[in-house]
Structure formats: structure tokens, C-alpha cells
Design a protein around this ligand. Sequence first.
Ligand code: PRP
Ligand code: 7HP
Length: 177
Amino acid sequence: MSSDNPEVLISEADIRRRVDELAAQISADYAGKEPLVLIGVLKGSFIFLADLSRRLNIPRTIEFIAVSSYEQGSVQSGAVRLVMDVRGNIEDKHVLIVEDIVDTGHTLHYLIGMLRSHRPASVRTCALLHKAERAEVDVHIDYVGFNIADEWVVGYGLDYAEQNRTLPYIGVVHPEN
Ligand code: PRP
Ligand code: 7HP
């Protein structure tokens, strides 16, 4: 399948409905617990964060963080390196990490530990997609959009080799090894 036209896994309408549900749940859970800081993990979360954050009905601020995975040859080692930290002070604030996808779990596991060192009031996690069968570390996700199988997905922020991030739906590609 060409990456120009990935097959649809999750439609635009289904994403919209689920993001609405997540936003309602998060708004209810954090009511009276402000300030809430949404921390988007670059680059993949940028579209999900933009949509989710605009549908919350509680006060919130936005931060971004960037990480990079160490590779051994062409294989991911599981080690994660901080490329860009949050800009604002998150001490004593409620933090919600917003990820596009949790795959092996190494990135989110690292981020939870790293952000706790900033001494926030709380740290919770939200991922649009979760590939549970790929988990290599045990990491708790408080808000999950969709559980998906072990397939490479693109669109709505997610890429394969930087392609297809702006596709409006989640599609499947079959990268050649
Ligand atoms: C993706 C995704 C998560 C991470 C999940 O980022 O956005 O941050 O992989 O993988 P893991 O659970 O196996 O750690 P990627 O490194 O592809 O960077 P990008 O967001 O800039 O595309
Ligand atoms: C990272 C990632 N990025 C895009 N699509 C996937 O299926 C992915 N898994 N881990």
C-alpha cells in the first residue's frame, strides 16, 4: 500500500467523537483541580493536543516537550533522551501528558519519571492510541482513545519517515523492511 493513500483504520468522524468523550471525561475529572497543564510530546501529539485542548471546559495551559529515542544500529534501544524540556514552571500544578501513541511504553515511562522531578501536584497520562501488545515496560495510561493492533499507523500527527502527519484520519501503512 502506498503511503500516499493509507487505508483507513480510524475515521475522522470516529476520532472527533472519541476526542469529545475524552475531553468531557478530563474536564469532569479536573474540575476544581486547576491549574491543569497539558504537556504535548512533540512532534506526534500536535494535532491531538490542539483538538483535545480546545474541547476542554476547564482552565488549562499548554506546554511542549521533545524527546528522542536512542538507536543501536537501526534498532531502538529503549533509552530515551530529553531534547526540549517544558518552558513554564509546573511545580504544584496538575500535569497531563498528551501522547499520540504509546507503543513500547519507554517514552511515556521516561517522561513520567522526568516530569515528577519538577514536583507537580500530580501527573496523569493521555494517549490517543495504545498498542498494548507491543508493551515492553509497564506504564499506566489514564485516558486512552483507541487500543490498536501492532500495525504502523500514520495521520492525525503520526508519521512514517515524516510522511502523512497531516492526514485527517488514522491510516495503516506497511513499511518495507
Ligand atoms: C512516537 C510517539 C511517542 C513514541 C511512542 O514518537 O509520538 O512519543 O513514539 O513510542 P514508545 O512507546 O515505543 O516509546 P517518535 O519517536 O516517532 O517521534 P515523533 O513524535 O516526533 O514522530
Ligand atoms: C511510534 C509510532 N509512530 C507512528 N506510527 C506508529 O505506529 C508508531 N509506533 N511507535
